[in-house]
Design a protein around this ligand. Structure first.
Ligand SMILES: [Zn+2]
Length: 111
């Protein structure tokens, strides 16, 4: 599967207010950030606004790395999911503590 198209990437960044959903860092001021597929592409995840989140770092650094390690606390916050979990029905706990669903339209909905 190709990377998310530029317009979708921009929608994800705007929705997340250009902040890492793991730690809240402003990715406009951090050198590295990436879009995470909550449900991995290799396990049936897709390019979809319910499945993509902004994380600082890369596959080897920052919060993206934490998710690549499949850390339990990151999983509990919905930052990465198992293949059988539906991203649209699994909330994300934001850095401030609010739990939200990511909508297909590119917004947050209170969980
Ligand atoms: Zn982070």
């Amino acid at each position: 599967m190709p990377d998310p198209p530029p317009r979708m990437r921009e929608t994800v960044l705007q929705r997340d207010d250009y902040c890492c959903l793991g730690c809240g860092a402003d990715v406009r001021t951090t050198r590295w950030y990436s879009l995470q597929h909550r449900r991995a592409r290799g396990t049936g995840g897709w390019n979809d606004l319910t499945n993509l989140i902004t994380l600082c770092g890369s596959a080897t650094t920052g919060c993206h790395w934490v998710c690549e390690q499949r850390a339990a606390d990151a999983h509990a916050r919905g930052l990465w999911l198992y293949s059988w979990q539906d991203p649209a029905k699994t909330p994300v706990v934001l850095p401030g503590g609010a739990a939200v669903y990511l909508t297909a339209a590119g917004g947050y909905q209170a969980a």
